[in-house]
Design a protein around this ligand. Structure first.
Ligand code: GUN
Length: 473
């Protein structure tokens, strides 16, 4: 959508009075035909599907961020994750009025810990400084409008493909969780075939499958809050059968992340002639992945939410990207890797969440979770598998918008859909789509139909692959 429609005018009056009316107007409930109940339910659902990050992010980052031994900053990392997610999601709610939850990305936290700190042996403080500076560049780029132009030069076929690919990705996240860490283990690693079906001897796997059928029943019978109920029902049967531990307490005083706070700035003093090139290379990778992950997620989830009109453009794209950029900059200040808009937000969208109020609820729950970590820790990751799979199925419906009869449209779309889940990266899927689209179109003799911007982005992606291949193993 163009700039003049960036701000929707409120066209209908709300049924609320007093402060409720003020909130409903701020978030434009009437324009989105939504209400408090729907938005709150959607917010809780999105939070429930994202909540695993409060445990998983500290586990991954603990491999790299520690003082004396691995794990000694775990609690501080959990608090840092909650604060960064709350702040990032709040920015999305207030600046962009979108129902997206933000948290440290699962692709970049692993890259941070295993490739940058452990692989390249860059001190974790310096690595945090890299994410911080990258966030500042991200903010600057948003001011220049470059990112909105980038969104707008994605061919329609790739927009649909990204949404469909995200559907597979989100289902894959849910199905492939490691049972040793509370995951469902329905898809597991296999040395011969790479992936395989898990084991029904695994209680978590059985619970996840049972939960999938229960949640499917809620969904097809159109029970309100079906996805959230599915998460709670799966957790409940897991507690009853002793597969997961019920909440051991309710309240826990959070540990201030004092050893992490501000280290991203102190880390800059570790920069020297020996590590500068690696630091710059890492910065470039973070920036690239972050921008294209954000663009892919906003477009894909935005498509499911119905924000993207016939003109193929996302309203308030710059505000949404700015919120993402601010979150990325704030995250490392508290001690975590890049914070990004989460694909899991689509769970809340499916529950009807349409405005920033959904995100406000998510942010509030991240803030509250700081004090109620025992409750949130007691929801096993496999309890969210049914939601992630069902939401994946809903998102895959976008694939029907792809013009499959024309192979010049279909091949790049298929490559994108396929690559996103299997590389565990939205940015990678978009890259393959962007490179193949102008090429296949040209082979068809229709190079002139490809916008200049698309050629330009494709060239950047090619340059990035050359760079990555030369620089990283
Ligand atoms: N968009 C997005 N969603 C996620 N959900 C979990 N990890 C990620 C990530 O890295 N990017």
């Amino acid at each position: 959508m163009s700039n003049n429609t960036d701000e929707l005018e409120t066209t209908e009056s709300t049924p609320y009075i007093g402060w409720q009316k003020a909130i409903a107007r701020y978030f434009k409930f009437a324009d989105y035909r939504t209400n408090f109940k729907t938005e709150i339910l959607a917010g809780i659902t999105t939070f429930m599907t994202m909540g695993y990050i409060l445990v998983v992010n500290p586990i991954i980052l603990s491999n790299a961020i520690f003082l004396r031994q691995q794990g000694d900053l775990f609690s501080q990392l959990a608090v840092a994750t909650a604060i960064a997610s709350a702040v990032g999601t709040l920015c999305m709610a207030l600046f962009a009025n979108y129902p997206f939850g933000l948290a440290p990305g699962m692709g970049t936290n692993a890259f941070f810990a295993f490739s940058v700190v452990l692989g390249l042996k860059i001190d974790w403080r310096l690595a945090l400084s890299c994410v911080f500076i990258q966030g500042l560049i991200f903010i600057a780029l948003t001011f220049t409008d470059i990112r909105r132009l980038l969104i707008n030069c994605i061919p329609n076929t790739l927009k649909h493909a990204t949404a469909a690919g995200i559907g597979l990705f989100i289902a894959y996240i849910g199905l492939s969780g490691d049972p040793a860490k509370g995951g469902a283990g329905i898809i597991v690693a296999n040395e011969v075939t790479k992936t395989a079906f898990g084991s029904l001897r695994e209680p978590a796997t059985l619970m996840a499958i049972a939960g999938l059928f229960i949640t499917s029943a809620f969904v097809v019978r159109r029970v309100k809050g079906a996805l959230l109920l599915g998460i709670l029902a799966t957790a409940l049967i897991a507690w009853i059968f002793g597969v997961a531990t019920p909440p051991q307490g309710i309240f826990a005083v959070p540990q201030i992340p004092q050893d992490l706070f501000g280290q991203a700035i102190i880390g800059l003093s570790y920069l020297n002639a020996n590590n500068f090139v690696d630091w710059l290379a890492v910065l470039f990778v973070f920036l690239f992945v972050d921008i294209f992950d954000a663009i892919g997620t906003l477009t894909g989830v935005g498509m499911r939410a119905g924000y993207i009109g016939a003109d193929g453009q996302l309203p308030r794209a710059n505000q949404a990207l700015m919120a993402d950029a601010i979150a990325t900059t704030v995250g490392p200040l508290f001690g975590t890797s890049s914070v990004t808009a989460y694909v899991e937000s689509v769970a809340g969208v499916v529950e009807g969440g349409r405005t920033g109020f959904t995100a406000l609820v998510v942010a509030g729950l991240f803030a509250v979770s700081l004090f109620f970590i025992p409750i949130f820790q007691s929801i096993p990751a496999f309890a969210t598998t049914p939601t992630l799979v069902i939401v994946g199925a809903m998102m895959l419906a976008q694939a029907k918008e792809i013009f499959w009869e024309d192979l010049a449209e279909a091949i790049p779309a298929f490559l994108t859909v396929f690559t996103i889940p299997l590389t565990y990266s939205i940015a990678e899927g978009l890259a393959i789509g962007f490179i193949s689209y102008p090429l296949v179109k040209s082979f068809q003799g229709k190079a002139h139909e490809v916008p200049l911007g698309t050629w330009f982005v494709a060239a950047i992606f090619v340059a990035r692959y050359i760079f990555m291949t030369l620089r990283f193993d």
